[in-house]
Design a protein around this ligand. Sequence first.
Ligand code: MRU
Length: 360
Amino acid sequence: MQKNLSVLSVNEVKTIRLDDANDAAVIIDQTLLPGEIRELRLRTPEDFYDAIRRLAVRGAPAIGIAAAYGIYLSVKRLETDSHDEFRRAFTAHYEYLNASRPTAVNLKWALDRMKKILDENAHRPIDEIKALLMKESVDIAREDEEMCEAIGRHSIPLLRPGMGVLTHCNAGRLATGGIGTATAGIYLAEREGYGLRVYCDETRPLLQGARLTAFELSASGIDTTLICDNMASYIMSEGLIDIVFAGCDRVAANGDAANKIGTLSVAVNARHYGIPFYICAPSSTIDSACPASNAIPIEERAASEVTSMWYEKPMAPENIKVRNPAFDVTPADLITGIITENGIVRAPYEENLSRSVKKK
Ligand code: MRU
Protein backbone atom coordinates (compact mmCIF):
# COMPACT_ATOMS: atom_id res chain seq x y z
CA MET A 1 0.00 0.00 0.00
CA GLN A 2 1.36 3.44 -0.88
CA LYS A 3 0.60 6.84 0.53
CA ASN A 4 1.43 10.07 -1.27
CA LEU A 5 3.03 12.69 0.94
CA SER A 6 3.87 15.23 -1.71
CA VAL A 7 2.84 18.11 0.55
CA LEU A 8 5.39 17.19 3.19
CA SER A 9 9.01 18.26 3.21
CA VAL A 10 11.46 15.38 3.00
CA ASN A 11 12.95 16.42 6.33
CA GLU A 12 9.64 16.12 8.17
CA VAL A 13 9.27 12.40 7.60
CA LYS A 14 11.51 9.60 8.80
CA THR A 15 13.40 7.63 6.17
CA ILE A 16 12.24 4.41 7.79
CA ARG A 17 10.05 3.65 10.81
CA LEU A 18 7.76 0.97 12.20
CA ASP A 19 4.09 1.92 11.92
CA ASP A 20 2.02 2.44 15.08
CA ALA A 21 0.59 -1.09 15.03
CA ASN A 22 4.06 -2.63 14.46
CA ASP A 23 2.61 -4.24 11.36
CA ALA A 24 4.74 -2.71 8.64
CA ALA A 25 7.86 -0.65 8.10
CA VAL A 26 7.12 2.67 6.46
CA ILE A 27 9.79 4.04 4.13
CA ILE A 28 10.06 7.01 1.79
CA ASP A 29 10.36 5.50 -1.68
CA GLN A 30 13.72 6.99 -2.65
CA THR A 31 13.44 5.93 -6.28
CA LEU A 32 10.81 8.66 -6.73
CA LEU A 33 12.77 11.52 -5.16
CA PRO A 34 13.01 14.41 -5.61
CA GLY A 35 9.87 14.62 -7.75
CA GLU A 36 7.54 12.83 -5.40
CA ILE A 37 7.60 12.07 -1.68
CA ARG A 38 5.65 8.88 -1.29
CA GLU A 39 5.54 6.46 1.61
CA LEU A 40 5.72 2.74 0.99
CA ARG A 41 4.64 0.09 3.51
CA LEU A 42 6.81 -3.04 3.71
CA ARG A 43 5.48 -6.19 5.35
CA THR A 44 6.77 -9.38 3.76
CA PRO A 45 10.35 -10.57 3.29
CA GLU A 46 9.84 -10.04 -0.46
CA ASP A 47 8.77 -6.41 0.14
CA PHE A 48 11.98 -5.75 2.07
CA TYR A 49 14.26 -7.61 -0.35
CA ASP A 50 12.78 -5.75 -3.30
CA ALA A 51 12.91 -2.32 -1.59
CA ILE A 52 16.58 -2.82 -0.64
CA ARG A 53 17.54 -4.29 -4.01
CA ARG A 54 16.02 -1.50 -6.10
CA LEU A 55 17.22 1.23 -3.67
CA ALA A 56 13.77 2.35 -2.50
CA VAL A 57 15.53 2.23 0.87
CA ARG A 58 19.30 2.64 0.65
CA GLY A 59 22.39 3.89 2.43
CA ALA A 60 24.25 1.47 4.69
CA PRO A 61 22.64 2.34 8.06
CA ALA A 62 19.11 2.54 6.61
CA ILE A 63 19.61 -0.84 4.92
CA GLY A 64 20.59 -2.28 8.31
CA ILE A 65 17.47 -0.83 9.95
CA ALA A 66 15.32 -2.18 7.11
CA ALA A 67 16.82 -5.64 7.50
CA ALA A 68 16.11 -5.62 11.25
CA TYR A 69 12.48 -4.55 10.74
CA GLY A 70 12.23 -7.00 7.85
CA ILE A 71 13.25 -10.05 9.83
CA TYR A 72 11.11 -9.02 12.81
CA LEU A 73 7.98 -8.51 10.71
CA SER A 74 8.61 -11.71 8.75
CA VAL A 75 8.70 -13.91 11.84
CA LYS A 76 6.03 -11.91 13.67
CA ARG A 77 3.45 -13.18 11.20
CA LEU A 78 4.33 -16.83 11.82
CA GLU A 79 1.66 -18.71 13.70
CA THR A 80 3.48 -21.58 15.34
CA ASP A 81 4.32 -22.95 18.80
CA SER A 82 7.22 -24.93 17.42
CA HIS A 83 10.60 -23.43 18.26
CA ASP A 84 12.20 -25.52 15.49
CA GLU A 85 9.81 -24.18 12.90
CA PHE A 86 10.31 -20.63 14.19
CA ARG A 87 14.10 -20.92 13.95
CA ARG A 88 13.96 -22.52 10.49
CA ALA A 89 11.83 -19.61 9.23
CA PHE A 90 14.09 -17.05 10.94
CA THR A 91 17.18 -18.59 9.32
CA ALA A 92 15.57 -18.65 5.87
CA HIS A 93 14.55 -14.96 6.17
CA TYR A 94 18.02 -14.07 7.50
CA GLU A 95 19.72 -15.64 4.49
CA TYR A 96 17.25 -14.18 2.02
CA LEU A 97 17.51 -10.60 3.33
CA ASN A 98 21.28 -10.86 3.75
CA ALA A 99 21.55 -11.59 0.01
CA SER A 100 19.68 -8.44 -1.03
CA ARG A 101 22.79 -6.24 -1.37
CA PRO A 102 26.36 -7.38 -0.75
CA THR A 103 28.53 -4.36 0.07
CA ALA A 104 27.05 -2.59 3.11
CA VAL A 105 28.09 -4.64 6.13
CA ASN A 106 25.41 -2.89 8.23
CA LEU A 107 22.92 -5.32 6.68
CA LYS A 108 24.58 -8.39 8.16
CA TRP A 109 25.47 -6.49 11.35
CA ALA A 110 21.79 -5.76 12.00
CA LEU A 111 20.67 -9.27 11.09
CA ASP A 112 23.34 -10.70 13.41
CA ARG A 113 22.06 -8.54 16.27
CA MET A 114 18.58 -9.93 15.66
CA LYS A 115 19.92 -13.49 15.51
CA LYS A 116 21.74 -12.99 18.81
CA ILE A 117 18.41 -12.07 20.44
CA LEU A 118 16.90 -15.30 19.11
CA ASP A 119 19.89 -17.38 20.25
CA GLU A 120 19.98 -15.89 23.75
CA ASN A 121 16.24 -16.27 24.29
CA ALA A 122 15.56 -19.56 22.52
CA HIS A 123 14.11 -21.09 25.74
CA ARG A 124 11.36 -18.43 26.05
CA PRO A 125 7.82 -18.68 24.65
CA ILE A 126 7.63 -17.60 21.01
CA ASP A 127 5.48 -14.54 21.76
CA GLU A 128 8.17 -13.26 24.12
CA ILE A 129 10.86 -13.85 21.51
CA LYS A 130 8.81 -11.86 19.00
CA ALA A 131 8.49 -8.98 21.48
CA LEU A 132 12.25 -9.02 22.11
CA LEU A 133 12.95 -9.01 18.37
CA MET A 134 10.65 -6.02 17.97
CA LYS A 135 12.49 -4.17 20.73
CA GLU A 136 15.88 -4.96 19.20
CA SER A 137 14.84 -3.66 15.77
CA VAL A 138 13.55 -0.42 17.31
CA ASP A 139 16.77 -0.12 19.35
CA ILE A 140 18.86 -0.51 16.17
CA ALA A 141 16.96 2.39 14.59
CA ARG A 142 17.13 4.58 17.71
CA GLU A 143 20.84 3.91 18.25
CA ASP A 144 21.51 4.82 14.62
CA GLU A 145 19.86 8.17 15.20
CA GLU A 146 22.07 8.72 18.26
CA MET A 147 25.19 7.62 16.36
CA CYS A 148 24.47 10.20 13.63
CA GLU A 149 24.25 12.98 16.24
CA ALA A 150 27.52 11.83 17.79
CA ILE A 151 29.27 11.71 14.40
CA GLY A 152 28.03 15.28 13.88
CA ARG A 153 29.46 16.40 17.23
CA HIS A 154 32.87 14.90 16.33
CA SER A 155 32.77 16.52 12.87
CA ILE A 156 32.06 20.07 14.06
CA PRO A 157 35.62 20.85 15.29
CA LEU A 158 36.86 20.15 11.74
CA LEU A 159 34.65 22.92 10.32
CA ARG A 160 34.98 26.72 10.25
CA PRO A 161 32.35 29.26 9.20
CA GLY A 162 32.12 29.71 5.44
CA MET A 163 34.01 26.52 4.56
CA GLY A 164 33.38 24.64 1.31
CA VAL A 165 32.44 20.99 1.88
CA LEU A 166 32.30 18.34 -0.84
CA THR A 167 30.01 15.31 -0.47
CA HIS A 168 29.56 12.25 -2.66
CA CYS A 169 26.42 10.12 -3.01
CA ASN A 170 23.94 10.43 -0.15
CA ALA A 171 25.09 9.71 3.38
CA GLY A 172 22.42 12.00 4.76
CA ARG A 173 19.06 11.79 6.51
CA LEU A 174 17.78 9.62 3.69
CA ALA A 175 20.51 7.04 4.27
CA THR A 176 20.15 6.71 8.04
CA GLY A 177 17.80 6.80 11.01
CA GLY A 178 18.99 10.31 11.92
CA ILE A 179 20.77 13.34 10.47
CA GLY A 180 23.09 11.28 8.32
CA THR A 181 26.79 10.55 8.70
CA ALA A 182 28.59 12.73 6.13
CA THR A 183 25.89 15.38 6.56
CA ALA A 184 25.71 15.24 10.36
CA GLY A 185 28.43 17.84 10.95
CA ILE A 186 26.94 20.00 8.20
CA TYR A 187 23.47 19.99 9.81
CA LEU A 188 24.85 20.69 13.29
CA ALA A 189 27.14 23.45 12.00
CA GLU A 190 24.25 25.08 10.21
CA ARG A 191 22.26 25.15 13.46
CA GLU A 192 25.17 27.24 14.80
CA GLY A 193 25.04 29.55 11.77
CA TYR A 194 28.32 28.45 10.11
CA GLY A 195 27.13 29.38 6.60
CA LEU A 196 28.86 26.43 4.95
CA ARG A 197 28.94 26.05 1.15
CA VAL A 198 28.19 22.44 0.29
CA TYR A 199 29.04 20.96 -3.11
CA CYS A 200 27.22 17.72 -3.95
CA ASP A 201 28.62 15.34 -6.55
CA GLU A 202 25.63 14.19 -8.60
CA THR A 203 26.92 10.59 -8.30
CA ARG A 204 26.48 8.71 -11.54
CA PRO A 205 24.82 6.43 -12.39
CA LEU A 206 21.96 6.54 -9.87
CA LEU A 207 22.25 10.24 -9.00
CA GLN A 208 21.96 9.94 -5.23
CA GLY A 209 23.90 13.20 -4.86
CA ALA A 210 21.57 15.12 -7.16
CA ARG A 211 18.26 13.47 -6.30
CA LEU A 212 18.82 12.99 -2.56
CA THR A 213 21.68 14.99 -1.00
CA ALA A 214 21.08 18.18 -2.96
CA PHE A 215 17.39 17.74 -2.19
CA GLU A 216 17.61 17.22 1.56
CA LEU A 217 20.34 19.82 2.17
CA SER A 218 18.68 22.55 0.12
CA ALA A 219 15.33 21.73 1.74
CA SER A 220 17.05 22.52 5.06
CA GLY A 221 18.16 25.92 3.82
CA ILE A 222 21.84 24.97 3.41
CA ASP A 223 23.83 26.69 0.63
CA THR A 224 23.98 23.73 -1.76
CA THR A 225 25.61 23.53 -5.19
CA LEU A 226 25.20 20.51 -7.44
CA ILE A 227 28.12 19.47 -9.66
CA CYS A 228 28.72 16.54 -11.99
CA ASP A 229 31.19 14.02 -10.60
CA ASN A 230 33.83 14.96 -13.19
CA MET A 231 33.75 18.61 -12.06
CA ALA A 232 35.00 17.91 -8.53
CA SER A 233 38.72 18.26 -9.32
CA TYR A 234 38.16 21.54 -11.16
CA ILE A 235 36.13 22.93 -8.25
CA MET A 236 38.94 21.83 -5.92
CA SER A 237 41.51 23.55 -8.18
CA GLU A 238 39.50 26.76 -7.81
CA GLY A 239 40.10 26.57 -4.07
CA LEU A 240 36.43 26.17 -3.25
CA ILE A 241 36.66 22.93 -1.27
CA ASP A 242 38.18 22.90 2.23
CA ILE A 243 37.12 19.44 3.37
CA VAL A 244 35.48 16.27 2.03
CA PHE A 245 32.93 14.27 4.03
CA ALA A 246 31.96 10.90 2.53
CA GLY A 247 29.89 8.04 3.88
CA CYS A 248 30.86 4.41 3.88
CA ASP A 249 29.40 0.93 3.37
CA ARG A 250 32.19 -1.11 4.90
CA VAL A 251 35.45 -0.26 6.62
CA ALA A 252 37.97 -3.10 6.54
CA ALA A 253 40.16 -3.79 9.56
CA ASN A 254 43.09 -1.97 7.92
CA GLY A 255 41.00 1.18 7.29
CA ASP A 256 40.26 0.65 3.58
CA ALA A 257 36.75 2.03 3.08
CA ALA A 258 34.13 1.00 0.50
CA ASN A 259 31.67 3.68 -0.56
CA LYS A 260 29.65 4.69 -3.60
CA ILE A 261 31.49 4.43 -6.91
CA GLY A 262 33.43 7.64 -7.51
CA THR A 263 34.51 8.12 -3.90
CA LEU A 264 37.99 6.84 -4.80
CA SER A 265 38.38 9.57 -7.46
CA VAL A 266 37.33 12.17 -4.91
CA ALA A 267 39.93 10.88 -2.45
CA VAL A 268 42.69 10.84 -5.09
CA ASN A 269 41.80 14.41 -6.10
CA ALA A 270 41.63 15.54 -2.49
CA ARG A 271 45.15 14.18 -1.88
CA HIS A 272 46.42 16.02 -4.98
CA TYR A 273 45.01 19.32 -3.75
CA GLY A 274 45.92 18.77 -0.08
CA ILE A 275 42.27 18.71 1.04
CA PRO A 276 41.39 16.62 4.11
CA PHE A 277 39.25 13.61 3.20
CA TYR A 278 37.09 12.13 5.98
CA ILE A 279 34.97 8.99 6.01
CA CYS A 280 31.94 9.31 8.30
CA ALA A 281 30.50 6.03 9.51
CA PRO A 282 28.88 4.50 12.58
CA SER A 283 30.83 1.65 14.17
CA SER A 284 28.25 -0.75 12.65
CA THR A 285 30.07 -0.12 9.34
CA ILE A 286 33.41 -1.37 10.64
CA ASP A 287 33.98 -4.99 9.63
CA SER A 288 36.82 -6.30 11.77
CA ALA A 289 36.45 -9.71 10.12
CA CYS A 290 37.36 -8.19 6.76
CA PRO A 291 41.13 -7.66 6.58
CA ALA A 292 41.43 -5.32 3.57
CA SER A 293 39.89 -3.99 0.37
CA ASN A 294 40.21 -7.21 -1.65
CA ALA A 295 37.85 -8.99 0.78
CA ILE A 296 35.05 -6.43 0.35
CA PRO A 297 32.33 -7.68 -2.02
CA ILE A 298 31.51 -5.05 -4.63
CA GLU A 299 27.99 -5.02 -6.02
CA GLU A 300 27.71 -4.97 -9.82
CA ARG A 301 24.42 -3.59 -11.12
CA ALA A 302 22.52 -3.62 -14.40
CA ALA A 303 24.05 -2.04 -17.52
CA SER A 304 20.80 -0.17 -18.18
CA GLU A 305 21.57 2.12 -15.19
CA VAL A 306 24.51 3.46 -17.22
CA THR A 307 23.16 3.34 -20.76
CA SER A 308 19.50 4.29 -20.61
CA MET A 309 17.97 4.71 -17.19
CA TRP A 310 17.65 8.51 -17.09
CA TYR A 311 17.31 9.14 -20.79
CA GLU A 312 14.34 9.14 -23.15
CA LYS A 313 16.29 6.85 -25.45
CA PRO A 314 19.50 4.84 -24.93
CA MET A 315 22.66 6.97 -24.82
CA ALA A 316 25.11 4.25 -25.76
CA PRO A 317 25.51 1.91 -28.73
CA GLU A 318 23.31 -1.15 -28.59
CA ASN A 319 25.12 -4.13 -27.04
CA ILE A 320 28.10 -2.04 -25.90
CA LYS A 321 30.07 -3.72 -23.10
CA VAL A 322 29.29 -1.97 -19.81
CA ARG A 323 30.76 -2.20 -16.31
CA ASN A 324 28.61 -0.92 -13.45
CA PRO A 325 30.34 -1.49 -10.11
CA ALA A 326 28.19 0.28 -7.51
CA PHE A 327 31.05 0.86 -5.05
CA ASP A 328 34.79 1.40 -4.94
CA VAL A 329 37.30 1.17 -2.13
CA THR A 330 39.42 4.08 -0.94
CA PRO A 331 42.72 2.83 0.46
CA ALA A 332 43.34 3.78 4.06
CA ASP A 333 46.35 5.92 3.22
CA LEU A 334 44.14 8.40 1.34
CA ILE A 335 41.84 8.81 4.35
CA THR A 336 42.60 11.65 6.77
CA GLY A 337 40.33 10.18 9.44
CA ILE A 338 37.29 7.99 10.00
CA ILE A 339 34.63 9.75 12.06
CA THR A 340 32.53 7.33 14.12
CA GLU A 341 30.19 7.95 17.04
CA ASN A 342 33.16 7.27 19.31
CA GLY A 343 35.42 9.96 17.86
CA ILE A 344 37.85 10.40 14.98
CA VAL A 345 39.98 7.38 14.22
CA ARG A 346 43.29 8.12 12.52
CA ALA A 347 46.19 6.00 11.27
CA PRO A 348 47.44 3.49 12.24
CA TYR A 349 43.92 2.24 11.49
CA GLU A 350 44.49 -1.43 12.25
CA GLU A 351 44.93 -0.85 15.98
CA ASN A 352 42.88 2.34 16.37
CA LEU A 353 39.78 0.97 14.61
CA SER A 354 39.52 -2.17 16.70
CA ARG A 355 39.39 -0.02 19.84
CA SER A 356 36.58 2.02 18.36
CA VAL A 357 34.31 -0.91 17.46
CA LYS A 358 31.35 -0.98 19.78
CA LYS A 359 30.84 -4.33 21.47
CA LYS A 360 27.18 -5.25 21.07
O1 MRU B 1 23.90 2.49 -3.39
P1 MRU B 1 23.57 3.33 -2.20
O2 MRU B 1 22.77 4.53 -2.52
O3 MRU B 1 22.98 2.51 -1.08
O4 MRU B 1 25.00 3.83 -1.70
C1 MRU B 1 25.05 4.59 -0.52
C2 MRU B 1 26.40 5.07 -0.17
O5 MRU B 1 27.37 4.79 -0.83
C3 MRU B 1 26.51 5.83 1.12
O6 MRU B 1 27.55 6.77 1.06
C4 MRU B 1 26.81 4.84 2.26
O7 MRU B 1 25.89 3.80 2.26
C5 MRU B 1 26.79 5.51 3.58
S1 MRU B 1 25.20 6.06 4.07
C6 MRU B 1 25.38 6.79 5.60
